[in-house]
Design a protein around this ligand. Structure first.
Ligand code: ADP
Ligand code: MG
Length: 278
């Protein structure tokens, strides 16, 4: 679905590369989490997928990014946005309306969706993220979590095959963060390819299928959640916190106990400990 080949990018105003020699294949139906320290290039990578780079931010672009057969450099951002829906980090800046309904309608009208379909598309998008009841509310009366859902609904209304989100839970409490990730999981189960940048490793390990760890413009680790979490020392060196279930596994191994494969959730950790105690 998304194919990056030896991709490098340097922002026009910058000295060094923001991305260096990224080769990354993201298959259709993937639910990929991206993590890494600040400045690692996570947002830049999403901007390449959504075409913001190089169409809005210019600079030196080498290599290629192909999304659903479209070379992101060759096609217009509008054509790309029919396939890729993006939720940026600063959703307040992304919002263009004062009412929930208008926010979702805005993109649809711009996309030339026939007037007779607008109503059902808005309703469907709001219902998918569980906020049909907020349709006639003013945006400035909503909580952070509710606004985040509006931002996702506005993108979903376009029915994108790929959804990219940049730290969608950044300002949310744990319950709202979980709610956002449950929405993403539902969309992924329905066939949407999801790529999400997120700082909280527990959310990623609980929901995503795969994980990509970035550091200083490069992909340091990429694989299934279990493959990546099997490298706790490397994760620590990069500055990524390991989930506690993985740390526990590491400690059991260090104590000379045979703990089996690394657990990626609390249930698996419980089974691991029971196995060791047996
Ligand atoms: N608009 C920009 N102009 C110049 N440099 C930028 C711009 N945006 C990001 N950078 C630089 O590119 C690198 C990667 O940034 P970014 O992709 O935002 O990282 P992350 O999202 O992982 O924190 C950083 O060194 C950052 O300073
Ligand atoms: Mg960022």
């Amino acid at each position: 679905m998304i194919d990056m080949q030896q991709l490098s990018f340097r922002y026009e105003s910058a000295q060094g590369n923001a991305l260096t020699d990224i080769t990354l294949h993201i298959p259709r139906g993937e639910f990929l989490g991206i993590i890494g320290p600040s400045g690692a290039g996570k947002s830049t990578l999403l901007s390449v997928i959504s075409g913001v780079i190089p169409h809005h931010y210019t600079g030196d672009f080498y290599g290629a990014c192909v999304v659903n057969g479209m070379d992101t450099v060759e096609v217009t951002p509008t054509d790309l946005s029919r396939v890729v829906g993006s939720v940026f980090q600063d959703i307040d800046a992304q919002m263009v309306s004062s009412m929930v309904e208008d926010e979702v309608l805005f993109a649809l009208e711009n996309f030339g969706v026939p007037a007779k379909d607008l109503d059902s598309r808005v309703e469907e998008a709001l219902a998918t993220v569980g906020i049909a009841n907020l349709r006639h509310r003013s945006l400035d009366t909503l909580s952070g979590g509710q606004k985040q859902k509006v931002a996702i609904a506005a993108v979903l209304a376009m029915r994108p095959q790929v959804l990219v989100l940049d730290e969608p839970t950044g300002e949310l409490d744990p319950a709202s963060s979980q709610a956002i990730f449950r929405v993403l999981r539902t969309l992924n189960e329905q066939g949407t390819t999801v790529v999400v940048v997120e700082q909280k490793i527990m959310l990623l390990s609980a929901f995503c299928k795969s994980l990509c760890v970035m550091d200083r413009g490069s992909v340091r680790l990429h694989g299934t959640m279990r493959e990546v979490l099997a490298h706790p020392e490397l994760l620590r060196e990069i500055g990524v916190n390991c989930p506690r279930v993985a740390t526990l596994h590491e400690q059991l191994l260090a104590a000379g106990l045979s703990a089996g494969p690394v657990p990626i959730c609390v249930e698996e950790a419980k089974a691991m400990v029971e196995g060791v105690l047996a």
